[in-house]
Design a protein around this ligand. Structure first.
Ligand code: HEC
Ligand code: HEC
Length: 274
């Protein structure tokens, strides 16, 4: 009888704890639905396409995780890209395939290591390898029409002219992906999915990803316990991994993740023992 009582009390406390944690510990903020432009990627004017590009740049593209003057110096500031993109082609170090500024911008996103801006390469690679993730790859997954929208934004934001074509044909049909983009993102079903959804792989080596902005997480489970890992995600500045800058890892995962996503990630990280 006593044991039963103890177990019941424990169960109630555990349940309460979990509920509090789920509802208070990480506030569940529903992201605002994305703007209407994304629902109709076809039939849009260049002005609308440029606005879409800016939104992708600041949102789903995850570009501002790194291209962000507030973070200072982690990645180039991308100013005057309509001129800069053409100047890059004249650099003797340039060995890529682009012939025009537009092609340079596309190549920068699809194959970041084709040309590495001086001083911004991965450590010890002498500017031959870029830490930037491939934007069409699994970490971010932008489609060609979305990449063109971002190019149009980069070309025009400081006064240049957009040279990309407006989306036509297959791109112009309201893609199923557009409908998906309009709904709030569904909770990830697996830890691997959550790594992609929150772009952890853009910065970390983990699972299928090879990010190089933050620490390699493939052995993290051998030296850190679950509470450390949970805190590292919810409050990245509480402990700063040695040799890495504070303030680079996003501070708002606690507002974005569901409790379940957080716990899946913590368990997944705990299992990474090299
Ligand atoms: C994980 C950090 C990171 C993310 C995320 C990222 N970049 Fe980069 N990007 C860099 C770094 C570092 C460089 C400089 C090294 C190089 O040239 O590849 C760079 C270079 C570039 C360049 C070339 C700049 C120049 O002056 O020649 C462009 C264009 C660019 N990024 C666009 C983007 C866009 C658009 C996105 C989002 C779709 C994005 N980046 C996402 C880190 C990042
Ligand atoms: C924009 C880049 C960026 C993104 C995105 C990012 N991180 Fe980080 N992360 C960092 C940096 C830089 C550090 C090291 C500084 C620190 O400890 O805050 C770090 C530290 C960590 C640590 C602590 C490592 C240690 O050895 O103490 C963990 C765990 C971690 N990140 C997990 C994640 C997970 C999980 C995600 C996705 C939900 C994520 N990060 C997304 C940049 C990033």
């Amino acid at each position: 009888m006593q044991t039963f009582l103890k177990i019941s009390i424990f169960a109630v406390i555990a349940l309460l704890g979990y509920t509090l944690f789920a509802n208070v510990g990480i506030p569940q903020v529903r992201p605002a639905p994305p703007p209407a432009e994304e629902e109709t990627i076809g039939a849009m004017s260049m002005d609308q396409y440029i606005v879409l590009g800016k939104k992708i740049f600041e949102g789903k593209g995850t570009c501002t995780l790194c291209h962000n003057p507030v973070l200072g110096g982690r990645a180039p500031n991308l100013v005057n890209m309509h001129n800069t993109s053409e100047e890059r082609l004249k650099d003797p170090r340039y060995k890529g395939k682009a012939k025009t500024g537009e092609e340079y911008l596309r190549e920068s996103m699809m194959n970041p290591s084709a040309y590495v801006v001086a001083g911004f390469g991965k450590a010890w690679t002498n500017d031959t390898e870029s830490p930037m993730p491939q934007i069409s790859g699994p970490a971010v997954g932008l489609k060609p029409a979305e990449i063109n929208a971002v190019i149009a934004h980069l070309q025009t934001k400081d006064g240049g002219k957009a040279t990309v074509p407006l989306p036509t044909g297959a791109d112009a049909a309201p893609a199923p992906a557009a409908a998906e983009a309009a709904a709030p993102p569904a909770p990830a079903k697996t830890a691997e999915e959550a790594l992609g959804k929150y772009a952890c792989g853009a910065c970390h080596k983990i699972g299928a990803f090879a990010g190089a902005v933050g620490p390699d997480l493939t052995k993290i489970g051998a030296k850190r316990d679950e509470s450390y890992l949970r805190r590292a995600i919810l409050d990245p500045n509480a402990d700063i991994a040695q040799g890495f800058p504070a303030g680079v890892m996003p501070q708002d995962f606690g507002n974005k993740m569901t409790a379940k996503e957080l716990e899946m990630l913590v368990k997944f990280l705990k299992a990474q023992k090299g």
